[in-house]
Design a protein around this ligand. Structure first.
Ligand code: CMC
Length: 424
C-alpha cells in the first residue's frame, strides 16, 4: 500500500510514496532514471514536487492558505506584517519580547550605505522600479558578503528585510525626481515605508492610519505562497549555493512577469482599457476566450486555486472598506466587480475553474492609496520577501538539497557532420 508500481516497456518497477502532514501524496521518483532509464516529463512542473517544506500549506480545491499552520484569514485579521515575517523566517510566533526585539532590529538596519544612492541616480527616471529592485537587491551582496557563519546569515536576513523597503521607496522617489526621504526609527515597518514614499522635505507628513492598515494587510496576504514561480527561482538559484541577496534578486526578476506578480499592474491597465472603451465587457470577454488574441483576463486563474483564492476574497472586502474610508469612488472598482460577475457566469471560466486571484483587487487598493501603477509589483515583492527568505533558509538548512538541475527530452537534429562555410 505504501508504494506505486510503474510498468514500463513490460518491466515492473516500484517506487515509494511520500505523504505530507496534510496527507498530500507524492510518488518518490528520485531513483526513476537510475532504475528505469526514463525521466518524468512535466513542463511547467504542474505535477512535480521540488522539495519538502514546512512553511506554507495550500489546498487549492478548498481555498485554504496557511503560513506555518496558521490560517491566512486569522493572520490577516489579527496579526501584523512584522509578526508574519518573524513567523515565516523562524517557524514560530514570537513572544512579546521577541517581537519587540525583531521590530527593533528591522528598524535599525533600514539605512542604505550612502554610496548606494548613486545607483538610483544612474537609472533613467523612466526605469521600471522592478529593474531597480532586482539590481539593488543583488548589489547588497557587495556590501554585506555572505559568510557561512549562521549569525551573519541571520543578520543579513534582517538587513535585507529592513533595507528592501528603503530601496523600494528610493526607487519611487527617483522615478518622480523627488529627494529621498530617510527611514525613521520612531515609525513601524509599514508606516515608515509609506512615510519614505509620500513625505516631502517641505512639510510635515503623517501617514494616515488607514493607509498603514491597508498596506500591512496586503503585505501579509502576499508574504508566502509555497513553490510559485519566483519562490522556485529563489530556491533554484540558491541551490547552487549562491548567496541570499543574489537568490532573492532572481526572485524579484521572476515576479516581474505579467503572469505572476506583474499581473497586478496588468489588471489595472486592463480595467482602464475597459473604462476607456465605455465598459464594453463583452469585447474583453470574447478576447479572453479567443486563444489567437493573445489576451487573457488578467487577475483571473491560478495554477493551484480551483475554487477560490482566499486572498482575493479578503481583498475584495478590503477594497470596499479602504475606498470608503478614504472617500474615493473609483469607477475601476465597479468595472472589476461587474467583470468578475460576468466571468463567473460564463461557461468558459466556469469549466476551466478560473476565479479572481490576489492580483484582481489589490491594484484598486494600491491606486486608492496613491501608489502609482508601476510600483504595484514592487509592493508584491515587498510582501513576498519574507517568504523568499524563509524558503531560501529552509533550502539551505535541508541536508537533502541538491543543485536543481532538471533534465530534458532532446528534439533537435541527430548527429551530422560539420560543413565549412564556403561549402554550404
Ligand atoms: N483568461 C483567459 N483564459 C485563461 C486565463 C485567463 N486569465 N487563465 C487561464 N486560462 C485558460 C487557458 O487558456 C487554458 O485554456 P485551455 O484549457 O482551453 O487551453 C486553461 O484556462 C488553463 O490555463 P493554463 O494557462 O494552463 O493555467 P496555468 O496554471 O498554466 O496558468 C496563470 C495560471 C495564473 C498563469 C493563468 O491563469 C493566467 O495567465 N492568468 C492571468 C495572469 C494572472 O492573473 N496572474 C496572476 C496569478 S496569481 C498571483 C501570483 O501568484 O503570481
Amino acid at each position: 500500500m505504501d508504494t506505486a508500481k510503474l510498468i514500463l516497456k513490460g518491466h515492473e518497477y516500484e517506487f515509494p510514496l511520500i505523504e505530507g502532514s496534510e496527507h498530500e501524496l507524492a510518488i518518490d521518483f528520485t531513483k526513476l532514471r537510475a532504475q528505469t532509464g526514463a525521466i518524468s516529463f512535466d513542463p511547467g512542473y504542474g505535477n512535480t514536487g521540488s522539495c519538502m517544506s514546512e512553511i506554507t500549506y495550500i489546498d487549492g480545491e478548498k481555498g485554504i492558505l496557511r503560513y506555518r499552520g496558521y490560517p491566512i484569514e486569522q493572520l490577516a485579521e489579527r496579526s501584523s506584517f512584522v509578526e508574519v515575517c518573524y513567523l515565516l523566517v523562524n517557524n514560530k510566533l514570537p513572544t512579546a519580547e521577541e517581537l519587540a526585539s525583531f521590530q527593533q532590529k528591522l528598524t535599525y538596519h533600514t539605512l542604505l550605505h550612502e554610496d548606494m544612492k548613486k545607483f538610483f541616480e544612474s537609472y533613467p527616471p523612466s526605469a521600471h522600479p522592478m529593474a531597480i529592485m532586482s539590481a539593488t537587491a543583488i548589489s547588497l551582496s557587495a556590501y554585506y558578503p555572505e559568510l557561512l557563519d549562521p549569525e551573519i546569515i541571520d543578520l543579513n536576513i534582517v538587513r535585507l528585510l529592513a533595507k528592501f523597503k528603503t530601496i523600494a521607496a528610493y526607487a519611487y522617489k527617483r522615478s518622480i525626481g523627488q529627494a529621498y526621504v530617510y527611514p525613521r526609527n520612531d515609525l513601524g515597518y509599514t508606516e515608515d515605508f509609506l512615510h519614505m514614499m509620500f513625505a516631502v522635505p517641505t512639510e510635515d507628513y503623517v501617514v494616515p492610519e488607514v493607509l498603514t492598515r491597508a498596506l500591512d494587510l496586503l503585505l501579509i496576504l502576499h508574504a508566502d505562497h509555497e513553490q510559485n514561480c519566483s519562490t522556485s527561482t529563489v530556491r533554484m538559484v540558491g541551490s547552487s549555493q549562491a548567496n541570499m541577496f543574489a537568490s532573492v534578486a532572481a526572485g524579484v526578476s521572476a515576479l516581474w512577469g505579467p503572469l505572476h506578480g506583474g499581473a497586478n499592474q496588468a489588471v489595472i491597465e486592463m480595467l482602464q482599457m475597459i473604462h476607456k472603451d465605455g465598459g464594453d465587457y463583452q469585447k474583453y470577454m470574447n478576447m479572453a476566450k479567443d486563444k489567437d488574441s493573445g489576451f487573457r483576463l488578467m487577475g483571473f486563474g491560478h495554477r493551484v486555486y480551483k475554487n477560490f483564492d482566499p486572498r482575493a476574497q479578503i481583498l475584495k472586502k478590503a477594497a470596499d472598506e479602504v475606498l470608503s474610508e478614504l472617500g474615493i469612488n473609483d469607477p475601476l472598482l465597479e468595472i472589476a466587480k461587474n467583470l468578475e460577475a460576468i466571468a463567473l457566469a460564463d461557461s468558459y471560466f466556469v469549466e476551466r475553474k478560473l476565479y479572481p486571484n490576489v492580483d484582481f483587487y489589490s491594484g484598486i487598493i494600491y491606486r486608492a492609496m496613491g501608489i502609482p501603477t508601476d510600483m504595484f509589483t514592487v509592493m508584491f515583492a515587498l510582501g513576498r520577501l519574507p517568504g523568499w527568505i524563509a524558503q531560501w533558509k529552509e533550502m539551505r538548512n535541508d541536508a537533502a538539497t541538491r543543485i536543481n538541475r532538471p533534465r530534458q527530452i532532446y528534439t533537435g537534429a541527430t548527429v551530422r557532420d560539420y560543413v565549412p562555410v564556403k561549402e554550404r
